[in-house]
Design a protein around this ligand. Structure first.
Ligand code: ADP
Ligand code: MG
Length: 592
């Protein structure tokens, strides 16, 4: 859960050249757009800076000398200037957002495609929530840097420098007086912003915690009800909620000072300019028009200050997000799926020879495993929970590579074959069926365009799914909710079986595929297992005796070792691990 805190956000730098350089390739295609945006910023700055000048002219050349024509001329020019600025600003904003959305789109696609190539071991150690945040939030924050922050801050800095320079050129003494308060203002804003940033991050971290806890509670709601945990959960939630409120309040406290502080400085500067400028007008050193220009500059000076300090937090978030996104991109993908020999099919046998495997070097999971499965044979694997049965299945699919010994397909090491060809020909039906949102049909034919009516008819009749489909409101096109919550476990399992039939693998592994099935579908499932495995080399990891009985051989795994093998009767006679297992789990199911 620590990953939800995003504590690195709090410590993130405002600018990291290395990271920004890594982001640049994503801008490659949008360079012209970016360039035009920069030009628009410059044009906007120019217009913005000339507006106060026009105001001054209107006063000096129009009002003061009572020249109505000139007055009208400058006022008109002033209006045109504003209209131009409006167009430039709108174009710039749109272009930036457009570019930002394009970059965002590219980044998301890139990340998703990268994630799909990562090895299963990556998903073992990465929470789903974290991945989702990377592709949505983090990418969006990163793109915001380009879509707005970078250009806006540059624009604001241009305006600040432009106004400063203009004032100093027009009248350096009055200009200096106007800029007198600026260093002080920057100092105060800097300190205040630092406080605001830290407290804001803290509040966000607390919110993330609350979200994570909420997600956990909502998805586990049935457990909460079953165990009457409502009060305890509520207390925990309230605790987090309170700490979120405290963090928000601290953040709000500093925030409420920010705008008034800028306003005060703006007022002080205005007072200085008006007093000193007014005095200069009275001594005839400057014209009243110039004073008006200075007053307008002073007023325009403080908006950028506000905006820059707002954008600075975007910079920091973007750097933190970029670091996380690139961290994900740096995860090494699974070696090329297609590289290696193509596994064209089994001719004689699969051999496990002194196989050793560990997920992490500290704990050996499979130990010196040796056995053979002949082509077409139906083998059962039994053992207590954690014995290593699922691991065995994962190794055959090349989700992980083993460290010692070998798995040989017709005498060739499994690791020589390409992952894709192995996965195509070796089917796996797992205990937990992953259902995607869509219809039942979509879930059977996962690959786009793989639908085949004849195949479907065959699957339905082979698995005797007619009555089951008839029970569903829209038959085979019934939409299924996320995780298949509106269909039963048995129905989900049947979908998994149909999926396997649709891809028609030559070798089939069933990993406790029949354990979560209700008694109603049990017989259908039994028949399906029979059907699916009769013409295929199969490895059945089983929970129920009824599934094991028809197997030619049973392998008994105990703590990662193969301790016994033989037929049901042979093993019972042996009175070893199998007999104990049988009494513990199978016998009961068998009687039922
Ligand atoms: N992805 C994984 N990473 C680390 N250890 C794992 C992983 N999957 C399983 N294990 C460990 O490997 C052992 C065997 O697990 P598994 O093959 O799932 O057992 P079974 O399917 O027989 O119940 C267990 O001790 C389990 O904790
Ligand atoms: Mg298992």
């Amino acid at each position: 859960m620590e990953d939800y805190f995003n504590e690195d956000d709090i410590k993130a730098p405002m600018w990291d050249t290395g990271l920004v350089r890594r982001m640049l390739p994503y801008l490659q295609n949008w360079r012209p757009h970016f360039l035009v945006s920069v030009l628009l910023v410059l044009a906007g700055t120019a217009v913005q800076i000339s507006l106060p000048l026009l105001l001054g002219r209107a006063v000096d050349l129009g009002i003061k000398v009572q020249n109505q024509k000139q007055l009208l001329y400058y006022v008109l020019l002033y209006a045109v200037g504003h209209a131009t600025f409006f167009v430039i600003l709108a174009a710039r904003n749109w272009l930036l957002q457009y570019t930002g959305q394009q970059v965002l789109h590219e980044l998301r696609t890139h990340l998703f495609s990268h994630i799909q190539k990562l090895p299963i071991s990556f998903f073992d150690r990465t929470p789903v929530g974290r991945l989702v945040t990377r592709i949505t939030n983090d990418v969006a924050t990163m793109a915001e840097l380009f879509s707005a922050a970078l250009i806006n801050v540059s624009g604001d800095i241009c305006v600040l420098i432009g106004i400063g320079l203009m004032m100093l050129t027009l009248h350096w003494k009055l200009g200096l007086a106007a800029l007198l308060a600026s260093p002080m203002l920057y100092y105060v804003v800097w300190v205040l912003k630092g406080k605001m940033r830290d407290t804001f991050r803290l509040a966000r971290a607390k919110l993330a915690m609350l979200n994570a806890s909420l997600a956990e509670n909502v998805s586990g709601m049935s457990v909460i009800h079953v165990f009457n945990q409502e009060t305890a959960r509520e207390a925990k939630f309230d605790e987090m909620n309170t700490s979120l409120r405290e963090a928000e309040l601290t953040s709000v406290f500093y925030n409420s000072f920010f705008s008034p502080v800028v306003t005060i400085f703006s007022a002080i500067t205005l007072a200085i300019v008006t007093t000193y400028g007014g005095w200069l007008v009275s001594t005839g050193e400057i014209s009243i028009g110039l004073l008006i220009t200075f007053i307008a500059y002073t007023q325009a000076f403080f908006d950028p200050v506000r905006q820059i300090s707002e954008q600075i937090s975007v910079f920091q978030s973007a750097m933190a997000s970029a670091e996380r996104v690139f961290g994900l991109l740096d995860e090494a993908p699974e070696p090329d799926l297609e590289s290696g020999r193509e596994f064209k099919g089994l001719n004689s046998e699969i051999e496990f020879r002194n196989l050793n495997f560990a997920y992490n070097s500290d704990k050996q999971i499979l130990k010196d495993l040796s056995f053979t499965i002949k082509k077409g044979e139906r083998i059962a694997v039994v053992g207590h929970t954690g014995a290593g049965k699922t691991t065995l299945a994962s190794l055959l699919k090349r989700f992980y590579d083993y460290q010692g010994g070998q798995i040989l397909l017709d005498g060739v090491d499994l690791r020589e074959f390409s992952r894709s060809s192995l996965r195509r020909r070796i089917g796996l039906i797992q205990q937990d069926v992953n259902i995607f949102s869509g219809t039942i049909l979509d879930n059977i034919f996962l690959e786009e365009g793989s639908f085949d009516q004849n195949k479907l008819d065959r699957i339905i009749s082979e698995l005797k799914m007619e009555s089951l489909i008839d029970k569903l409101p829209q038959g085979i096109t019934t939409p299924i909710f996320e995780r298949g919550s509106n269909i039963s476990a048995g129905q989900r399992q049947l979908i998994a079986f149909s999926r396997a039939l649709a891809s028609d693998p030559e070798i089939l592994i069933l990993d406790e595929a029949t354990s979560s099935v209700d008694s109603e579908t049990e017989s259908i499932i039994q028949r399906s297992v029979q059907q699916l495995t009769s013409s295929r080399t199969s490895l059945i990891i089983a929970h129920r005796l009824s599934t094991i009985r028809n197997c030619s051989r049973i392998l008994v795994l105990h703590n990662g070792r193969l301790v016994e093998q033989g037929t049901h009767e042979e093993l019972l006679k042996h009175k070893g691990h199998y007999q104990k297992l049988y009494e513990l789990q199978f016998a009961e199911g068998d009687r039922a």
